[in-house]
Design a protein around this ligand. Structure first.
Ligand SMILES: Nc1ncnc2c1ncn2[C@@H]1O[C@H](COP(=O)(O)OP(=O)(O)OP(=O)(O)O)[C@@H](O)[C@H]1O
Ligand SMILES: Nc1ncnc2c1ncn2[C@@H]1O[C@H](COP(=O)(O)OP(=O)(O)OP(=O)(O)O)[C@@H](O)[C@H]1O
Ligand SMILES: [Mg+2]
Ligand SMILES: [Mg+2]
Lengths: 253, 253
């Protein structure tokens, strides 16, 4: 199953979710591939890939200079591999505009790989060609949503884009659900946003939510997912619970 | 003076800085224009513009369907006006690729307006054509930097882009400085990042830093800058101090 982790609002926890959910699924014995489609390359950093040795990367795969099988790398986590991003990816959106099947480049390349149980695509904070490629390649979209006002405001724009891609480019695309991130029980605004989202989106909102937890933001500086850096912290436990709920929701479909 | 507020890392406080710094400068008697160049339109929301009545907006101005003077609106804050963003802006990057002077569209349009003391351009979280347009139109760049590891990692990519735009498209572009945001004294990682940034960037880092303060994230839900919503909160005071320091740095140049 291919899942795009997308939200055009910046800093809502897309990368943190991609890296830690992938690790939790691998820890349960699933074969997992992370695709880092953000030119910032934060997911590649979070999984310990040295910045200097990331090429060939997603960029070369999208423009056709490298086969997918030559770009996939193992990570330090058993069962978890990655297609890294490098800074060259920031030129891809302009370069792909006039190419053939510009919205299907990622889907076509991933189709040449052996199937993984899960492929998680970490999207950049925009609705441009890289995110559209992820939505075309995906079976479903998982939306991390920070419990803040600006994040809530952007949700309808994102849901509209998902619908447009579904009807024009990828019939099978479904909204898997919304995951509330950086939830702070002591903060009235955070509680209010969580309530508003559950009122509007109902069962599409995962029961598991990710609390604000500094260990989640410390882990990337060690090149490790939080599940490895500190498996007992609240953040890690939240992502393990999320992985379990995700499997439950998929089996129930 | 035209200042681009830019950082491709998402959620670092670009919009919060644009809205509150603009309000602080207007409160000191400066004439200020905010340009919302993020398709999410968060700066337009933060300054109280109703979502349904934002057109003609920056999009129409960039593609040549509207004059700049017909797009500028007053806000509820005396001395502060805005060029709003609407959802149509998300199509601009692809639509502008094959046009004339695609990197100078914003600069050309702003040149037709009467001069303001300050024009602040709120950029989206990417280094695409909208951000390049802002860097071409600007005299200087202000970089909000969240005191987190991923934000620090993206800084060199951003500084590289500023240098490239300066040498290829806009000779006068300068880095005005870096403003540390969401600083949390109690958090070791936050302190560590602040130390690292000051060690690397020296005097380019503003002395004024913005603490994590929930009032800053509550204000946009009321369509108000924090300076109006709660002028005595730590966030508002930080932006007033930032405005003073900015004026001091500009006068000293
Ligand atoms: N639950 C959490 N608690 C505390 N910090 C968090 C949490 N989730 C993420 N963070 C931190 O918040 C910042 C933003 O998260 P992250 O980078 O994962 O978001 P993103 O949506 O991928 O950002 P971008 O839009 O730039 O791609 C990072 O510094 C990360 O370490
Ligand atoms: N100093 C602060 N203290 C607490 N919350 C803050 C602070 N600054 C910004 N925020 C909140 O953090 C979130 C991210 O800030 P903001 O939207 O201004 O960042 P941005 O860089 O403009 O994001 P994007 O990359 O999506 O454009 C918002 O919900 C905002 O209200
Ligand atoms: Mg990310
Ligand atoms: Mg913003």
């Amino acid at each position: 199953m291919i899942i795009a982790i997308a939200n055009q609002k910046g800093g809502v926890g897309k990368t943190t979710t991609a890296v830690n959910l992938a690790t939790a699924l691998a820890a349960i014995g699933k074969s997992v591939l992370v695709v880092d489609s953000d030119p910032q390359g934060n997911a590649s950093t979070g999984l310990g890939l040295d910045r200097k040795s990331r090429e060939p990367s997603l960029y070369q795969m999208l423009i056709g200079d490298a086969e997918a099988k030559d770009v996939v790398r193992a990570t330090a986590i058993p069962g978890l591999s990655i297609i890294p991003a490098s800074a060259s990816l920031s030129g891809a959106e302009v370069e792909l505009v006039d190419t053939d099947r510009r919205t299907h480049r990622l889907a076509d390349a991933l189709a040449t790989l052996p199937v993984h149980d899960f492929t998680l695509i970490d999207c950049p904070p925009s609705l441009g060609l890289l995110t559209v490629n992820a939505l075309v390649a995906a079976d479903a979209v998982l939306v991390p949503l920070q419990s803040e006002f600006f994040a809530l405001e952007g949700l309808s724009q994102l849901l509209g884009t998902i619908e447009r891609v579904k009807s024009a480019l990828n019939r099978r695309l479904e909204l898997l659900g919304i995951v509330l991130t950086m939830v702070d029980r002591r903060n009235r605004l955070s509680d209010q946003v969580c309530e508003d989202v559950r009122a509007v989106m109902g069962a599409k909102v995962f029961n598991s939510q990710v609390p604000r937890n500094v260990r989640l933001s410390e882990a990337p500086s060690h090149g490790l997912p939080a599940l490895i850096y500190d498996s007992r912290c609240a953040g890690s436990e939240a992502y393990v619970a999320l992985a379990r709920e995700l499997l439950g929701r998929i089996n129930a479909r």
